[in-house]
Structures are given as C-alpha cells and as structure tokens.
Design a protein around this ligand. Sequence first.
Ligand SMILES: Nc1ncnc2c1ncn2[C@@H]1O[C@H](COP(=O)(O)OP(=O)(O)OP(=O)(O)O)[C@@H](O)[C@H]1O
Length: 237
Amino acid sequence: MSDLFPLQVSDAQVRRRGKVLVGPVDLTLQAGGVTIVIGPNGSGKTSLLKMLHGILRLNRGVVKWACTTDEAQKRQAFVFQTPVMLRRTVLENLVYPLRLLKVPKTEAHQRAGDWAGRVGLGDALRRQATVLSGGERQKLAMARALIRDPDVLFLDEPCASLDGRAMREIETILQNAAASGTRIIMSTHDMGQARRLADEVLFILHGKVHEFGPAAGFFDTAETPQARAFLNGDIVE
Ligand SMILES: Nc1ncnc2c1ncn2[C@@H]1O[C@H](COP(=O)(O)OP(=O)(O)OP(=O)(O)O)[C@@H](O)[C@H]1O
C-alpha cells in the first residue's frame, strides 16, 4: 500500500457566500501521531478538518496526499461532533460500513462484536442506537469509524458535552488507535485534553494557521502573543 503522507496543503482556501471559512493555508503534515487543532470559537477548526478530509470544495489552492485522492479518501474517516446514527441497533450500525465494503456477513458480525467490546458497548449490541447516551453514541461513532481500519481519523470536538468518564474512555480509544498506527487529526476546546493527547498542535485564528509545531514547545513556549493569550484563557479576537 502506498503512503498517504506527507499531506501537503498549498494556498488552500474555502469561501462560502463571500466569507472565508478557512485559508489560505500552507501546511505539511507528516505520518504518525496526534495533531490537535485548537483556536477560538469560529476560528475555522471544523472547516479546516473538513477541508483536509476533502468534503469542502476548495475555492483556491490544493490539498494533496502522497497517494491518489481516491485512495486517500477510502483510507480516512471522520467523526463529527454530533454523530448521526442509523435508526437501528448498535450491531447494525457497526456492520453497515463493513457491508458497504463487501465484507462477508459472518466476518462483519465478528468484527462488529469485537469493536463493540473494545469501546465498552459489548453488552449494548442489541440496543437501538438512538436511545444511547451522548457518551455511548460517541463511542459507537468512534467504533464505526475505526472498524474500517482507517489510516487517518479526523475528529471534530468528539468530547464536547461529555462527562469525565466518557471523555476518559474516548481518549483511551484514541490513544490505542494512535498506538496501532492510525494518524489522528482532531479539534478540541479542552486544553487539558489537548495537553493529554497532542504530539503536535495547530493553532488556528481567523481561518489561518497561526502556529504549528510540537506540542511540548507550544504549551511551554508558544511563539505568538495570541497563542499565549489563548492558552492563558484570555479572549482572543
Ligand atoms: N456554510 C457556511 N456558510 C457561511 N459561513 C459559515 C459556514 N460554515 C461555517 N461558517 C462560518 O465560518 C467560520 C468558521 O467556522 P468553523 O465552524 O469552521 O469554526 P470553528 O473554529 O470550528 O468554530 P467552533 O469552535 O465554534 O466550533 C465561522 O465564522 C462560521 O460561522
């Protein structure tokens, strides 16, 4: 299998109705690790993730994977802030993406059971997904994304409004995925979570990459006054 990385973003911008949602962005992401995207409300975190994932049409520039775009798209998954579930059981929600990939039924059921167990939903296989709690839904969304064994997983604020226990469980799932080689690119509002998970931090402001580099350096000695102010909890405009 060919490499997906480096991911090279050159002069990429998305505009809607005359407003720049994100960009222009120049960025190179290398293989491996966890990139955490942070920035004030409305700074463009969601738009950046969607742009990298290829679900927002570019108005200019390019987002270029090391392999073909088609291949790259098949090898990535996206977990949204508010996941949409099939109005079916947990098991069926997990089997569905595999059936789309033409995985035989018996194997799909086996993998679904295995992944439900890994995310702590082993006892919930027969429950309707629509009655799950927020934390359970998010764990199901992660399992549904990871069951396809993606090389890259994008997540947009996956822990927003979850309690501490659900957050810890989700972070463990993410750390396990990263340890087994899935490249993680994720936004969060939670600086504690950013510190716990990040190998590198991308700080976005007004739709542009304001600072990008290794997590340790960023948290200890952010270069720009805006990033330092953001880390201090000040309002950054
Ligand atoms: N489809 C759209 N049309 C017009 N404006 C949009 C659209 N989607 C997002 N925006 C605006 O673009 C800007 C960036 O939004 P985005 O959701 O990417 O930011 P964010 O950093 O993820 O925000 P938050 O932290 O509040 O989730 C915001 O000002 C938002 O209101």
